[in-house]
Design a protein around this ligand. Structure first.
Ligand SMILES: C[S@@+](CC[C@H](N)C(=O)[O-])C[C@H]1O[C@@H](n2cnc3c(N)ncnc32)[C@H](O)[C@@H]1O
Length: 296
């Protein structure tokens, strides 16, 4: 079982402290729900949540351990994570035990570079928006089945979709929850930001309304010899690994969507191909491709 430690610094405002407590309560609920569900093992049920009292000692011991030193006090195991709300960081940060000396990964849609890219986009400029939104009216229901750091969920919301986002990895779900919460009250985003579904996958969806399009962007195995990814992406990739259940989720998505399923693939990878499922067309995204599968 992996441990998710959490810590909120004393100087954090009462409002943010309460939001952090709600986030931890939601994570705890998800862990319990997953523990009692049959498919719990590889998902949220494999986590336990533990509050941190001496943050400085934990960081020090974990950093020393990451350098190969022997430590006596509490330290994160390589696979453990720490969720922290420690100003001046903009939001909830995520550290991974094996990369504890890295800057925590935070989802901050208010960062200048992030919001410039998001707001520059729109239906025509962003290939993902062209692929997903083609023929859809404003306000169409779109599921982002693989929300990750939420960037494409935000691009689709900016392009006019009503987006429901899904994420199944607990630490990523937690930082995305916090990132979208802050984006939702940001003056930079005068549109409805994506709604985050409780931790899980599109198979957990119990709503009555069906999405017109489902967007699916699973983690693709790194090409050997590929350039070193940016440090924050490194934490992201280490927490998730590769998503290997593509067929299962493509089939589930094709059953749930009413128009089409759009799958993102690196430009060098062939389209997903399974018996009875045919690619209709692709939209070029430069270094990636958006493969579109029509619903029968
Ligand atoms: C390549 S990343 C997506 C990046 C995202 N498009 C963005 O803009 O940041 C894939 C993410 O989807 C999650 N994921 C993969 N398969 C999933 C599934 N079947 N259901 C829910 N989440 C899934 C992974 O945990 C990972 O966070």
């Amino acid at each position: 079982m992996r441990t998710l430690y959490y810590y909120c610094a004393p100087e954090v405002t009462a409002t943010r402290r309460a939001e952090f407590a709600q986030l931890i309560a939601a994570a705890q609920d998800a862990v319990q729900a997953a523990a009692s569900a049959q498919e719990a093992a590889p998902l949220a049920g494999a986590w336990q949540l533990v509050a941190v009292s001496d943050y400085d000692a934990l960081i020090k011991a974990t950093t020393l351990r990451a350098k190969g030193k022997t430590v006596t006090g509490l330290a994160l195991e390589p696979e453990d994570v720490l969720l922290e709300l420690t100003p001046p960081m903009a939001g909830v940060g995520l550290r991974l035990g094996s990369l504890a000396n890295f800057k925590p990964l935070v989802i901050d849609f208010e960062q200048v570079a992030v919001r410039q890219r998001l707001l520059r986009g729109g239906r025509q400029k962003e290939a993902v928006a062209r692929a997903v939104m083609a023929g859809l009216p404003d306000g169409a229901l779109v599921f982002d089945a693989t929300a990750g750091l939420g960037r494409e969920s935000m691009i689709l919301a900016h392009a006019g979709a009503q987006v429901l986002s899904f994420e199944r990895q607990l630490p990523i779900w937690c930082i995305l929850h916090d990132g979208l919460l802050r984006a939702g009250r940001s003056r930079f985003y005068p549109f409805t930001v994506p709604t985050l579904h409780p931790l899980g996958t599109i198979k957990d969806y119990r709503g009555a309304a069906r999405p017109e399009v489902i967007y699916y962007d699973p983690m693709f195995p790194e090409r050997s010899g590929s350039a070193q990814v940016k440090k924050d992406m490194h934490i992201f990739q280490e927490v998730i690994g590769a998503d290997t259940d593509n067929e299962d989720f493509l089939r589930a998505a094709l059953t749930l969507a009413t128009r089409r399923v759009v799958v993102k693939r690196p430009d060098y990878a062939p389209p997903l191909s399974y018996p009875g499922i045919e690619l209709a067309y692709s939209v070029d995204g430069g270094q990636c491709r958006f493969d579109c599968f029509q619903v029968d």
